[in-house]
Each structure stands twice: as C-alpha cells, then as structure tokens.
Design a protein around this ligand. Structure first.
Ligand code: DHE
Length: 546
C-alpha cells in the first residue's frame, strides 16, 4: 500500500488500535503486532467508512468476529480481492496479496475502540491562520470564482481549485487525509473542505491564490460539512458531521472556533442503543435557520435549529436506518436521502418538520445529491442510481400538481452497471448522467450512461453508453480507470468527469464533455492532479444546483 499517506490522522488512532480495550475474539486467527497495526491503518483508511469503526455494518456488512469467522479466511480473501456485485469494491489493484491476507485475518479479530474527541481536543487542534480582520476586503484575483471547481485529490490529501473558464489549476491546497467533500459559504467566497481524518480547512478565495485561513480537527473521522445559508445567517456558522466520535459540531463560520458539540449516540428507530450512529449527509435549509443532519445507524434525521445555539432545538424524525447521501428536490422543501442498506429513499418535509415518505427502491440507492428534472409524463422527479442494482430510480416529487406520482418510484431506467455512485443533470441540460465506478468489469467502470430527458418514456429511444476513460488518453496501466462523479460548470453547458485510477502512482485526469453534443471537449491532465474524485463547482454547490 502507498506510503506516507497520513501521519496526521494516525497519531490518535494508532494508540487505540491494538489497545487494551480489545479482548481477543474466541477462535480468531492471530497476526504479528506489525501486521495488526498495518491492517488497522488500512481498515481505517479503506474499510471503516462502509463497515464502521466498531464493524457493526451500514453501507457495508457487519464484520464482527461472529460473522467474519463464519465466512473464514479463504472466502474473506476472495471477497477482498475481487469485490462483490453488491457494491463491495475489489482491492487487488490497491492492496498486495499479503495485505489482503492480513486484512482477512484482522477482521476476524475483535474490533478496537478508538478514543473520544471532545471540545478540549478540538480547541487544542484549532488554528486561525489569518484572522478575519487581516483578510482581503475585496477579491484580489481575476478568477471567475463562480466557475471554480474545488476538486478532491483523494490520495494526496489535497484540494485543487481549478479555474473552470481556463481549465487551469489555480491553486492546490494541502488538506486533511483522503479529503472528502467541499461545500461553500452562503456568499460563495469561502470553501470548507472536510477530510476523512476530521480535519476541516477553511479556504478564502479572495486572496491572490486560494489560502487556508483556519483549520480545525473536529473529530477522528468525518465526512460532511455545511454552512448556515438562511437569510440573515449567511456565513455565520458551519457544521461538521463526524463518523468518530459519532457527533456533530457547530462552529463559527469565519474562524472555525468550535461552539457546540452534540453526540449522536443513542437509541435507533428500532428502539435499541447504538454506540456508533455516525453523522452522514448534512444540508442547509434556505427556508429556515436549520440544518438537516442525517444519522446513519440510528435512522434518525435531525432538523437542527441554529438560531439559538446555546439553547439548541432539534426536531428528531424517525426514518429508516443506514442513511447516507442525498439532496434537495427542485423546490428545496423536501430532502431526499438514501437509507442505502435498507433499500429505501427517505423523504423529509423540512417545511412541516416531518417525514413525508419512505420509498422502497432497488438495492443500495446512492444518489450523491441526486438529479432533479421534469419527466415528460411524471412531471418533476428526483433520481438516484444504485450500488446494488443496474437501474436509475426516478421518484415523483410534486405532491401538489402530480399527487398520483409523488414519493413513488415512477420509472426505473437501465444503467450500464450496478456499482454506481452518482447521477447528475442541470436545469439547463437535457441529459441525465450516471456512472458505475465500482463495477468490477473494467469497461463498465470506465463508462457512463446518458439519457435524453425529453425522450424518457419513448420505447425507441435508447440511452448512450460512453467510455469516458478512453477519452483521457492515459497510458494503459494495471489499475482500472474508474470514471466517477459528474459535475456541471456554472453555465450548465459542460459536464466534468474524474478518471480516477485509484492510486497515487498512476496518472489520473478530468475529462470535460460538451453537454449538448456529448462529445469530448478537453482533458485536464497534470502530475499534480493526483486521484481526483469529487468536483464541486462553486456556483452549483453554493446554490444546490443538481
Ligand atoms: Fe463519499 C458524499 C460517505 C466513499 C466521494 N460520502 C458523501 C456523503 C457521505 C459520504 C456521508 C454525504 C456528504 C454530504 O452531502 O453532506 N463516502 C462516504 C462513506 O462512508 C464511504 C462509503 C466510504 C468511506 O470510506 O469514506 C464513501 N465517497 C467515497 C468514495 O470512495 C468516493 C467515491 C471517492 C472519495 O473521494 O472518497 C466518495 N462522497 C464522494 C463525493 C461526495 C460524497 C464526491 C459528494 C457528492 C456530491 O455531489 O455532493
């Protein structure tokens, strides 16, 4: 496995891994101390996201010793090597045979319990690099900030800010390990970037070059961040959702000073106590001073009212377990989020503050933010693709004018594979795009499916499957060139795809297609563009355009 990924995250975690907390599981095969530590590190970096630190399972299966020992060493090695149709990726292009063997052994042992991370640790790991008073009072560069793409460089722990007009890298900023997503301030001036190691960086785009003005390590493992966007509260607060410890933290939006920390441990929708209900997606309401915070393992959605942080009010909505990613419907009243391992999409009515519907879908919906468009027959729909099925589900979202279709799967379009992570369209586009980067077959992982929205329902109209990876003109290498995450430019006439080789040693790229013609427009290649995955166009992220 690649060396030197992150000394940073591991300082706190390494102490816990192999700690005295962990009683050996009966019948567990053993590992040397070195192999155990190396496996613990790989587990954190590659597995914990889906299976949980305590291995209780969520997007991925429960990996507690009672289950893994039943599968046994040989079967576990096979699953790790080749992946499964259910969305478990193959690791043979990332891990060596020995690493796979050790991992198969490691997960048959008792999970270790990582340490806590509260206000004290946060305050000690908070730094304002440039105080608010010393920041520019006007934009000091000529970049069209609205068309900048904040691009995750997953394995180098960096974000590339790419000028969408010139397609040149404007700046590269060092961030947390395996940085996950970027969100913007309500004003669009600041970018908030969260790493898997819980490190949050605040980037100010008014300097000549993008500059980190504050950093906070909000937890030991995190995935989500958003900001206060309601009128009168713009740029005031930010919120980070952590996987470990399971909690969300409200911060000062301009300095990242932690203000309030709220645990999400507790009782699930089933009425059982869970030690690790992790915070998954967070969105920011435009109709109330509220964030929608989804708690994965408990199946609870919290509407967190930030108008009085000291006397915090939360509305807790019972939904379905294993909440993951989601986005607004076109009116931005309803939030649709995948309860992926429950095979459901949850619809929350944020105006009324209650559950609108639980929609049954094919296995493991995974929408990213989803894609909103007007279907020729069913009216406004929101769509998701699936990790565990080769369809794109369309869900009616207009209870007023199309009540017969609202909160139902009204159509299932054929995707070119399961193992899909993201769908995307744009209000100005007639295209609906879906990827399938986790397909074990090379050609499928390298391709995207695109539908003409105005032809949906026409039995003669077939979708187009395009191998985007080939367009990048990268050298042939061992690793699969996974094509992942479509994102539009500000105007909505280009669509960008990452060609993600999955490891640092092989070159990656971003392919830009002309949205109208679906033809190759350009490719962004640069040795500094290491494993690009998510791309967050400032305009589209600021205004939730998807
Ligand atoms: Fe993500 C969004 C969690 C693996 C790229 N990912 C999210 C969100 C969550 C999440 C909770 C929603 C954030 C929000 O909207 O507030 N992701 C996880 C995992 O737990 C998981 C499955 C395993 C892990 O170890 O992290 C995981 N994610 C990945 C990847 O491997 C991806 C493909 C590449 C990468 O960079 O890590 C990846 N996730 C993304 C992207 C988004 C995302 C690009 C944002 C989509 C958007 O359009 O907003």
């Amino acid at each position: 496995m690649k060396k030197g990924v992150s000394a940073f995250i591991f300082t706190a975690l390494a102490a816990a891994m192999g700690s005295a907390f962990a009683a050996p599981a009966a019948n567990a095969p053993s590992l040397t101390k070195e192999a155990k530590e190396a496996s613990a590190k790989i587990y954190f970096e590659r597995c914990a996201g889906c299976h949980g630190m305590l291995r209780k399972g969520a997007t991925g299966k429960n990996l507690e010793p009672a289950n893994t020992q039943k599968l046994g060493q040989g079967r576990l090695e096979k699953i790790l090597t080749y992946g499964t149709e259910g969305g478990m990726p193959n690791f043979d292009d990332i891990l060596s045979k020995d690493e796979i063997k050790n991992m198969a052994t490691y997960i048959q042992q008792q999970p270790d319990v990582p340490p806590e991370w509260g206000m004290k640790e946060m305050k000690a790991n908070w730094k304002v690099h440039v105080p608010v008073a010393e920041r520019p009072t006007k934009q000091m560069n000529n970049i069209n900030l609205q068309n900048v793409f904040s691009t995750t460089l997953r394995d180098s722990g960096e974000v590339a800010l790419i000028d969408g007009d010139t397609k040149k890298i404007w700046g590269i900023v060092k961030t947390g390990y395996a940085v996950h997503i970027s969100r913007t301030s309500a004003s669009g001036r600041y970018v908030y970037v969260i790493g898997r190691d819980g490190r949050l960086d605040l980037i100010d785009m008014w300097f000549e070059k993008p500059t980190i003005v504050a950093t906070l390590k909000a937890g030991l493992e995190a995935r989500s961040v958003d900001t206060s966007k309601f009128k009168g509260w713009e740029d005031k607060y930010a919120i980070v959702g952590s996987y470990w410890p399971p909690q969300y933290t409200i911060l000062d939006g301009m300095t990242l000073e932690p203000l309030k920390n709220v645990s999400t441990r507790g009782i699930t929708v089933d009425g059982e106590y869970h030690q690790e209900p992790r915070v998954a997606s967070i969105v920011s309401s435009l109709i109330k001073p509220e964030w929608v915070v989804t708690v994965k393992e408990s199946g609870l959605v919290k509407l967190v009212d930030y108008s009085d942080v000291k006397n915090l009010k939360e509305t807790t909505i019972e939904t379905a377990k294993f909440l993951h990613d989601g986005g607004w419907d076109a009116t931005k009243r309803y939030f649709l989020v995948a309860a992926n391992a429950s095979n459901k999409v949850v619809v929350v009515d944020t105006k009324e503050g209650k559950l609108a519907a639980l929609v049954d879908t094919k296995p493991k919906p995974h929408p990213g933010r989803g894609a909103n468009f007007v279907h020729p027959k069913f009216g406004p729909v929101w769509s998701t693709s699936h990790l565990g099925s080769d369809v794109i589900s369309l869900i009616g979202t207009d209870p007023e004018k199309h009540p017969q279709y609202a909160w139902k799967v009204v159509a299932e379009l054929k995707n070119h594979g399961s193992g899909s992570l993201f769908v995307k369209t744009h209000p100005k586009s007639n295209n609906l795009w879906a990827d399938a980067p986790l397909m074990p077959e090379k050609d499928a992982a390298e391709s995207v499916t695109v539908y003409s929205i105005d032809q949906l329902g026409n039995p003669d109209a077939k979708p187009e499957v395009i191998n985007v990876a080939k367009m990048a003109g990268l050298p042939e290498t061992k690793g699969v060139k996974r094509v992942v995450h479509a994102e539009y430019n500000e105007k909505g006439d280009e669509v960008w795809f990452s060609v993600w080789t999955g490891n640092k040693t092989e070159p990656s790229a971003i392919v830009v297609l002309d949205d109208k013609t679906r033809k190759f427009k350009t490719v962004i290649k640069d040795p500094k563009l290491v494993t690009p995955t998510g791309k967050f166009n400032i305009h589209n992220t600021q205004h939730d355009v998807y």
